[in-house]
Design a protein around this ligand. Sequence first.
Ligand SMILES: NC(=O)c1ccc[n+]([C@@H]2O[C@H](COP(=O)([O-])OP(=O)(O)OC[C@H]3O[C@@H](n4cnc5c(N)ncnc54)[C@H](O)[C@@H]3O)[C@@H](O)[C@H]2O)c1
Length: 264
Amino acid sequence: MRLAGKVAMVTGGGAGIGRAIVLAMAREGADIFIPDIQPANAEAVVAEVQSLGRRAAALRTDVTKEAEVEAAIAEGVRGFGQIDILVNNAGVIPALGHPFTRQVEADWDTVFNVNLKSVFFTCKHIAAHFTGRRYGKIVNISSIAGPLSSQSMPSYSVVKMGVLTFTKIVAKELAAYNVNVNAICPGLLYTEMWQKLGERMRETDPAYAGLTPRQMFERRVQEWIPMRREQTPEDIGHAAVFLASDEARNITGQALMVDGGVVM
Ligand SMILES: NC(=O)c1ccc[n+]([C@@H]2O[C@H](COP(=O)([O-])OP(=O)(O)OC[C@H]3O[C@@H](n4cnc5c(N)ncnc54)[C@H](O)[C@@H]3O)[C@@H](O)[C@H]2O)c1
């Protein structure tokens, strides 16, 4: 029970990696607050957390809207009495397989707004709560696409690298207040995000013709990942629990690759 008595707010916790982070933290004793743009998914995860004996609530929130983020944080503090852990997980991926010459403005705007501007909003509006209590843990979900400078995901790579830079900026700003700020770079995970990606890649890349998204994913894992195995949402959940725990109290401003060795 490494997070007993703590309250964790996990953006986008209604699916995929976010859901696994929520369940990993709840198993370690945390109560959970889920701002997500898809309320039905988030409510289903709330029920899973409650079945583990923890308190949980969800709030329909679009993390690209500053007023909604501010209201969500206020609602989390009001409902639970405090927030100890913030996980910035909500994210989207743009059209894959497109070099920057074929990207359109929306590929940059959407990815920037959902994956990075949202992190600015949550950190900005939770900072006073954390510094006032001289306690807080922030875990930002970035991606290996940042350090790998992926040619097939230009805007996503740039924005995920931006998340790593912003992680360090917030870590420096809040370090004197006993607030730890770190990032995780997940590798290849077969979530709904990757399934959609696979469908798009099949349309644009003849090398994948005739393969199902799952078969494409497995081929990528064998070609790319030194450890020759996929990463799972549970792997990211374990890493997030560690960074949110007091075992990591002297770790701040870091990016943890959970990627089977790709970035190495
Ligand atoms: N799947 C991968 O292989 C992979 C790899 C590296 C990094 N990541 C990152 O991990 C995070 C989670 O990805 P996932 O694969 O679980 O994706 P997913 O699509 O399965 O889940 C994303 C969640 O975020 C929510 N969300 C999306 N836009 C939102 C918004 N504007 N406001 C509030 N909530 C919003 C969705 O409703 C959903 O619950 C993302 O930041 C993603 O970039 C994923």
